[in-house]
Design a protein around this ligand. Sequence first.
Ligand code: PHE
Length: 361
Amino acid sequence: MDTDEITAEIRTEFLDAIAGAEASDDLERLRVAALGKKGRISQLMRGLGAMSELERKRAGPAYNRLKTDIADAIEARRRVLDATALARRLAEQGIDVTLPARPEPTGSLHPVSQVLDEITEIFADMGFAIAEGPDIETDFNNFTALNIPPEHPARQMHDTFYLPEKDDGSRLLLRTHTSPVQIRTMMASPPPHRIVIPGRTYRCDYDMTHTPMFHQIEGLVVDRETHMGHLKGCLIDFARAFFEVADLPLRFRPSYFPFTEPSAEVDIGCSARDGGFRIGKGEDWMEILGCGMVHDRVLENCGLDPAEYQGFAFGMGIDRIAMLKYGIRDLRSFFDSDLRWLRHYGFAALDVPTLGQGLSR
Ligand code: PHE
């Protein structure tokens, strides 16, 4: 047989086989048989060395053409097989448009935002408006106007973060409580005032129950003839609504704050025995907030006459109260941004926009 006959025979044999291949495995076997190291074409190529130069000039290009043709045919057949396989899969796995959609992963409300919502809604129902103030405050608003003058020992109770001193020697600071917004409110407009003030506050402190940034909510009521009975009624109603215990016992314990007189701390009844913790009637008390009648000097600092106006104020830690209500042990976990923790303690977002949701940003 001469070169032409040989190439023609191999070509027919392989092209027929390729055209009849039904699976990519068959194609692969054919590729190895034709083009592999020990395949038919490689064998032919090896024969070139023994040929005369004239024969080689004819056979070489012919073999190469054969090689390309077979490789092209395999490739073309592979594309056809792939397309058929895809078409078959699509036909078999037709889309069922009646199936319910897969749930999209959604976010949840951070427990602090949730508790802030709950608190503001309770006070909104009692007729309180919401006020806010900046995180960076003047020494005057955060301390002096609140009857905490320079050198007052109460300043040491607030481990304050100060900003660098300005040319005139004054220093701004990160507010250590939400109380400076009392001052801003009373200075900005005349009474009556009935506001709650949620926001971030800062103290240089870090352990299981303290983080350098935390949240407080402040309350302020100023009007003619405001008295301690109003303060007590308001906080009792709040605590019973928030902790969802209708007969929750509350205790007003005398205390001291420079900006209120008299001052009190409020405890709620609970039982904390044998490692358990229950809010409600029990043998134990848990402190939840500080409060008092606005000090005459604070009213005067804001240009109000204490003979004409009186007020009460209260302040509480939102994170602390969230820990209590939802049994969270370590305050620091609130701010670790650990998604597993947030999924566990996070709350499903409410469908209805609420007052608080607008606030919590
Ligand atoms: N500002 C006080 C604190 O941070 C709380 C407080 C507010 C007490 C208002 C009395 C009245 O501890």
